[in-house]
Structures are given as C-alpha cells and as structure tokens.
Design a protein around this ligand. Structure first.
Ligand SMILES: *Cc1c(COP(=O)(O)O)cnc(C)c1O
Length: 567
C-alpha cells in the first residue's frame, strides 16, 4: 500500500494551492465557488492526466452546516468530518515559524481519480498535533474562521507550510499556481529558498532572486473589486512573520499600508489571469502596469451533469467526458429524450424540496432556481423587489421558486437577506410555491442546477468575477436568465442560449435590473415555456451546444496547460 502512494506522489511537478478545495460533498473543505472551481480544476487534471498536486488546509471543522429556523434565522453548526475515512496520514512533518515559535504541520493525502482512473494527489495540511501549543492546533480547524490574525496564521501554514511540505515529500515542483491570493506567502518562501550568498551578488543587487520566483509562480485572481482583496495590517504581520523576510522588501512587494496578498502575488508571478474576459478587463484597470490575461472558468462535466444527462451523452456523444467540446453535437439528441432526462432531474429536485421543506411542488409548473452565497452583491432578494408585480406575473403564468445559499457567519447583511427572503416566501406561499433549501452544498447544487427550468442570476455589476453555477445549469440543458456580468457576457446569445436581464454590462445599468427582470419573465421567458415547447427545447439544446461545450473545465485546463504552465 505505502509503495502505491509513493507512486502517486512522485510524478507531479505543478502545485495548485487553494485555501478551499471541494473534494466531495462529504468533505466540507470548501465554502463556495472558489473551492468548487479548485475541485473541478483538479478533477479535470485527473481526466487529462496532467502532473498536478493540490495543496489546501484540512479544515477539520469544515466551513459550517446551515440550519434555518422557522423565522429565517441562519443557525451555524460545526461540520466535522472523519478524515481517516477518506484521507491517509503521511509520515511527512515540517515546521513553520509563526510568532517566533515553530508550528508543526502534518500532511494527509486525498486521491482524486479521473474518468480513466488516473490519480491526482491532494495534500491536506494539518496543525492539530500533540507537539503544538493548544492555540496552534486550531489553525487548520475552521475554513474562513476567526479574525485577521487567525487568518494570517492559516495563510502562513498554507503558503509557507505547503511549499515546505512539497519539498519534504520529495516532489520536484517546477510551477506553483496560486488560486486567489490566500497562498501568496508561498512566493516569499521561494524567495528565501533561492536566496543568494552575499559574496555571489553585486553591490546593488538584492539577495532575493525575484526572476527565478516569477518564472515559477502564476496567479489567478478572482476578486474584481479592491475592497475584496485579502489585507493584513503590518502590526500583525511583524508579530507573526517576525524576521521571516526583510520587512522593507515586503512593503515594496505587498503595499506600504497593508500586506495586500493580491499585490504580493502580482509582483511575484510571471503569469496572471482573471477568470472571465470582463473580469480580466476590470483587473487590468484596477492594476495598471500588470498584464492580466483572461482564462474563463469552466465546470467539470462529469461532476455536474445529472445522471440522466450523463447517460444521454454517453449514448449520443461517447467521448464527452474527455473532450467536452463534443457537446456541440447535442442537437442529435431527440427532443423527447432530452425532455425526459430533464423531467427525471426535475422530479428529483421536487422530491428533495418536498422532503426538506414539507411543501408541494408540481412537475408541470416551471421552477425558477437561484442558489448562491447570500451576500449583498448577489442581490438574492431581487425577485421580491415588487411583490405586486411578481404576483401579477404569477397570476398569468404560474411559477415556482427554489432558492438556497449560506451567508458567511460574520456577514450580518447576508443573514438579514435570508430572513427577508424567508418572510416573503412565507407570505406568498399560497399563491406562489416557494422554498429555501437549507445547507447549500455540492449535492443541493447538483439537484438545483439540473432540476430547475430557469437558472436565475442577479449580481451587481462588476462584482461577479465569473460565476459557475450557470455553467452547471447549461450542461443540464437549463437556460440562464441573468444580468450581463462575469461569464454570462460571453455565454449569452439573447433568445438562443438564454436571456439577459437588461442589456448592458456597465455598472450604470444596475439600478434598472428588477424592472428588466419582471419584463423579461412576463414578456419572453414564461410565455415561451407555456406556449411553445419546441422553441423551449431549442433553447435547452443551445444551452448545451453553445454554452456547455465551451464553459467546461477541460477547455479551461487545456488553456492553463498551454498558456500558463508551459510558459
Ligand atoms: C457552483 C457552486 C457555487 C458557485 O456558484 P456561483 O454561480 O459562482 O455563485 C457555490 N456553492 C456551491 C455549493 C456550488 O456548487
């Protein structure tokens, strides 16, 4: 057994670092879109047999399990998991200096298998060891928990600890991919590893070999607004990092006021990209002087296609799991079979909703699905902006609504949104069947993106860097109705792959979206669903042939491989 693991660990030379990675629904080492993307990236690396290793924290207490009270109060529970059931403890241990003492880190191994059974190792970093102080044992417990200081401790373990662990495991890593800024301290660790001897450098040269580090590092940014970037006050940085790096040098690399993890990554990466075309454009204007490329996100086909669709694709497009571009041929699937596959998925969502929320949803009425992080910029309450208008529309064209989403435990306005939505749902439930499914995770997501009829997205421009749940809907033939932000700017062909809410990509359009949403529902989307099933099926197919064939992680990874890793 041991020997087999060494085989798995020997090959990788590209390390993919991410604060969260969604490995499976049973393993709560993720909070949302960033983690799902990381998981889909590694699952695709396995399909394509790329030499990648994933690195993340073990998050023994998970993110949190969400319960919602009758009044719409979010209740947060610990989400512990049995790591011994899924991961293997490796005997490698390393130490990282935090606040002038050594914190020991152990590695656990989780193996992702691709559709050809090719294994990709994921290293889970764990500080819950008897040799550590009680405080340090908790560093890898809570994903996105605690205060700034706790978070910086986590990021030291992830970046510095992760890089040291890969060395200790004997991996010859040549390329380090930082998925968001949380792991950018790894570049500091590399600067230290490649430090030059004083007598080997000229009088005006730095002892740090920036060129070598930049050659090895690449960075994917996910945050389209300055305020969203991870920043730490230097008082905390000095206390925790101590003499790990020359502080003047660090200020030059990471900003004078705060340690800005995005700045640090930008300055030490030879390749930088955003996660959609619009997002790269915004990032380029936010960071003048840097070149931010665009590699639009994708989703892992086999993970997100409902089995009824996977089975159809197996029959009509046999190589779809490996070369998802072939989904352009989905027009060959007979309409009746496509509709049948959709109704199978819809029936399952209805059963799940009926079971979890003691409600009664109907298979013949269209379901509008909306699931995402409950936070201000996603505007999850837009559907309820004008209740009279909503009721008038539902009077003409009956609808049902299924929603889900977690608010970060520290985001009071996000929790308020859940209470607000709950209240509306309760008041309207006799006229519009509506449910809010608790504990949005990969399983709930899979049920919702395949079982809804219309996938709704209402972000405030330009905050949606990419968004991926709409891509999951597309691979299940579910058309999107969305504000033109993130991936939908590239994916929307009006009336063909789905519909836009408003027709502008600029933030000035934000204020008109609720009206535009009602108009589009009343005048275009719902009449089509009720009156013209053939036309509706053409849109479902176009979602597959024109969206799913492109917005998948295989196209994305082939681009990372050729443009970023093989630089
Ligand atoms: C896909 C997914 C997300 C991200 O969806 P967005 O459209 O980017 O908001 C978040 N959480 C879960 C559980 C998901 O499956």
């Amino acid at each position: 057994m041991k020997k087999a693991y060494h085989q798995v660990l020997r090959k990788p030379h590209i390390a993919y670092f991410s604060m969260e990675i969604a490995l499976s629904s049973e393993i709560p080492t993720y909070a949302g879109g960033l983690g799902i993307l990381a998981g889909d990236t590694l699952r695709t690396a396995a399909d394509l047999e790329l030499p990648l290793v994933g690195v993340t924290l073990i998050s023994r207490m998970g993110y949190f399990r969400q319960e919602i009270s009758a009044s719409g109060e979010q209740i947060e529970h610990k989400d512990t998991w049995k790591l011994e059931d899924s991961a293997i403890a490796l005997d490698a241990k390393i130490a990282v200096p935090i606040a002038a003492r050594n914190v020991w880190v152990q590695a656990w191994l989780y193996v992702i298998k691709g559709h050809t059974h090719h294994p990709i190792p994921v290293i889970l970093l764990d500080t819950d060891l008897t040799e550590n102080d009680p405080e340090d044992r908790q560093i890898t417990h809570f994903l996105y928990g605690g205060n700034k200081e706790y978070r910086l401790r986590q990021e030291i373990v992830l970046g510095v600890g992760g890089a040291r662990m890969l060395n200790a495991l004997g991996m010859g890593i040549k390329t380090y991919h930082m998925n968001e800024g949380h792991s950018s301290l790894l570049a500091l660790e590399l600067l230290r590893q490649y430090e030059r001897e004083q007598d080997a450098i000229g009088p005006w040269e730095s002892k740090y070999n920036f060129a070598r580090v930049k050659e090895q590092c690449l960075f994917t940014t996910h945050t389209p607004v300055e305020s969203g970037h991870d920043k730490f006050p230097y008082t905390i940085v000095e206390q925790l990092l101590d003499d790990f790096i020359d502080m003047n040098e660090l200020r030059r690399l990471a900003g004078d006021e705060h340690l800005n993890m995005t700045r640090l990554a930008l300055n030490l990466s030879g390749y930088v990209n955003g996660v959609a075309r619009e997002h790269a454009r915004t990032s380029n204007s936010m960071f003048p002087g840097y070149r931010v490329h665009a590699i639009t996100n994708g989703i892992h086909p086999l993970t997100w296609a409902h089995y009824s669709f996977a089975e159809l694709y197996d029959r009509y497009i046999p190589e779809w799991c490996h070369e998802s571009e072939l989904l352009v041929r989905a027009d060959e699937i007979p309409d009746t079979e496509l509709w049948q596959a959709h109704m199978t998925a819809k029936q399952q969502l209805i059963e799940l909703a009926n079971r979890l929320c003691q409600t009664q949803l109907h298979p013949e009425i269209p379901i509008i699905g909306f699931a995402r992080r409950m936070t201000g910029y996603k505007r999850p309450d837009m559907l309820f902006h004008d209740i009279d208008r909503l009721l008038a529309i539902a009077e003409k064209y009956p609808i049902q609504v299924v929603m889900a989403g977690k608010a970060h435990p520290g985001d009071e306005s996000g929790k308020l949104l859940i209470r607000k939505i709950y209240k509306h749902m309760h008041e309207l439930k006799d006229r519009i069947p509506m449910v809010f499914l608790p504990d949005y995770d990969m399983d709930v997501a899979r049920a919702m993106v395949s079982g809804s009829d219309i996938w709704l997205n209402t972000p405030l421009r330009p905050f949606e860097a990419s968004g991926t749940s709409g891509m999951k809907a597309a691979i299940n033939g579910v058309p999107n109705l969305s504000v033109l932000d993130g991936w939908w700017v590239e994916g929307c062909i009006e009336g063909i792959t789905g519909w836009a809410i408003g027709d502008a990509t600029s933030p000035e359009a934000n204020g008109n979206d609720a009206g535009a949403l009602y108009d589009k529902l009343e005048q275009v989307v719902l009449p089509l669903y009720s009156n013209d099933r053939d036309a509706w099926l053409r849109i479902m197919k176009a979602a597959i042939t024109k969206n799913a064939s492109y917005f998948n992680s295989h196209r994305m990874m082939r681009r990372y491989a050729t443009e970023a890793y093989m630089r």
